[in-house]
Design a protein around this ligand. Structure first.
Ligand code: VGL
Ligand code: ZN
Length: 208
């Protein structure tokens, strides 16, 4: 029996698409690629994640008078980049892109709902100990490999892949199904960390 694989589609939400407050330029380009990946029938599980913040979330620059988006501040759990207000729970911007939808998902996992801590990773918040339960869920389903794609390659996709690898899953990032913010060399930094962690960079055509 081949081992079990889960596709994890990270934060393909309106606010991260062009026109959104944290719109990633190449966001639209990945939509058909992500759609085809979800539908290709190669996954034992498909998991989608949704960034899901209260309006007073600590990661929003607007909640820190005098601060601007993309500045880094120190918080009790470490350094935190500040962002434009995005993915406020229940808003149109927080919805998964309608061309993707959620009908192909076995699980939709929301993260970042605690106002005092950010959560790029689908496994664990930035404080390093508040888990989402995803590791236990995947292990309960005997998943051995995760294939990660979505937005943003250098933040939520990257931290999800790194935590997945740390939890012992064979881990890959689908580069043509992921879109990067790429601020301050963040994509290069992420790719170096993946290399160190044994995370592979793959293409969607590897799964056809
Ligand atoms: C993300 C910044 C802030 C992401 C989420 O999905 O990569 N980036 N919140
Ligand atoms: Zn966020």
């Amino acid at each position: 029996m081949p081992h079990k694989r889960a596709l994890i589609v990270v934060d393909v939400q309106n606010d991260f698409l062009p026109g959104g407050p944290l719109g990633v330029e190449s966001g639209n380009r990945i939509l058909p690629v992500v759609g085809n990946l979800i539908e290709n029938g190669q996954w034992d599980l498909v998991i989608m994640t949704q960034d899901w913040h209260p309006a007073d979330h600590v990661s929003f620059a607007s909640n820190h008078p005098g601060r601007n988006p993309f500045e880094v501040i120190d918080l009790p759990y470490g350094s935190q980049m500040l962002w434009p207000k995005h993915c406020v729970a229940g808003t149109e911007g927080s919805q998964i892109a309608c061309v993707i939808g959620t009908s192909g998902a076995d699980l939709v996992l929301r993260k970042g709902h605690d106002k005092s801590v950010d959560s790029y990773s689908a496994f664990c918040a930035a404080d390093g100990h508040s888990t989402t339960g995803l590791e236990a869920y995947l292990k309960a389903h005997e998943i051995e490999e995760i294939i990660v794609c979505g937005i943003a390659t250098d933040f939520c996709v990257s931290y999800t892949a790194l935590d997945g690898a740390k939890a012992g899953f064979k881990t890959s990032v689908v580069m043509d199904a992921s879109a990067a913010i790429d601020t301050n060399d963040s994509l290069a930094v992420a790719r170096a960390a993946w290399k160190e962690a044994g995370i592979r960079e793959v293409l969607s055509t590897d799964y056809t």
